[in-house]
Ligand binder design. Sequence first.
Ligand SMILES: Nc1ncnc2c1ncn2[C@@H]1O[C@H](COP(=O)(O)OP(=O)(O)OP(=O)(O)O)[C@@H](O)[C@H]1O
Ligand code: SF4
Ligand SMILES: [Mg+2]
Length: 324
Amino acid sequence: MNETPILSAEDLSKTFKVSAQGHSSRILTALDQVTLHLSFGETLGIAGESGCGKSTLAKIMAGLLSPDSGRLLYKGMELSHLDRNSLTRFRRKTQMIFQDPFSSLNPRMRIGDSISEPLHIADIPAPEQRTELARIMAAVGLSSEAVNRFPDEFSGGQRQRIGIARALAASPEILIADEPVSSLDISIQAQIINILLQMKTDFKLSMMIVSHNLLILRHICDRIIIMYLGVVVECGPAAELFHRCRHPYTEALVAAIPGFQVSTASKSELLRDDLPSALSIPPGCRFHPRCRHAVDICRSEIPNLVEYASGHTAACHLSRQLYD
Ligand SMILES: Nc1ncnc2c1ncn2[C@@H]1O[C@H](COP(=O)(O)OP(=O)(O)OP(=O)(O)O)[C@@H](O)[C@H]1O
Ligand code: SF4
Ligand SMILES: [Mg+2]
């Protein structure tokens, strides 16, 4: 087994300058010293409420956005140290799938040409391009006549198949999918998830999947990372997070899923108040204003991520007290 992760991040931070009308600009912290890794062949889920930094993290991991600080390592090599060829290889080998694939497709380009573009860029001879295009189209369940049609002739589910096909045409090693099914009907969601799982096996991919739907992540992921206001609060094996979580925020997220009874406390007790703005992050444990267990130390000291079981970490001062 390869011990070096295929992709890892160390202390990634990212801020944005935001300006509201009539106010001077302010600094918004989208990610604050996030450390994580993706192992070879693994499916890693990223979950958390809207605005916690999932997409920002996904774009940085895919090399589409630069962090303010921190390191990104591809097979143990720091990205900023890679020569031009290796960096190009990383970009090709790491493909991203978006919630709305339509926005990343050229509306005036036939989808056969859109999907083949990475093959063309890789200088693959035309006959082989056609064979590979047919193989990929079949793999994602698109009929061969579809090649001559334009993006607006397809349904949402079909467009996501096109997005996946285009990503696969680059022969990726890593697939990073940001909410790949959240805009689709429930029945179509299952089809796309199954395609992703099949692709993972057939194309030997390592995958990172961002979703606010924990049930989907539980179904497809080996490990899940829970984020809250720009930090990782818990990370562990998917099943363990559901049945033996170590952070009150994870407990609240799981309890919000119909059919999951993890606590006798009501949903409003488990998750108090609204999500604070990323412009005014609470001191200490940033979850403390919403946490029913918060004590003095929670309001002043930032909890570190501590490993409580093999591969299972959480950042909560009271984790042992609450969950052992
Ligand atoms: N380009 C940008 N300019 C300013 N602020 C941004 C920008 N991109 C993201 N943000 C802010 O950074 C924070 C994290 O955003 P991000 O899109 O990563 O969250 P998310 O977890 O993906 O949310 P969602 O579930 O809604 O997609 C949010 O507060 C967001 O408003
Ligand atoms: S550190 Fe304190 S406030 Fe934060 S999750 Fe744990 S108990 Fe709650
Ligand atoms: Mg997002």
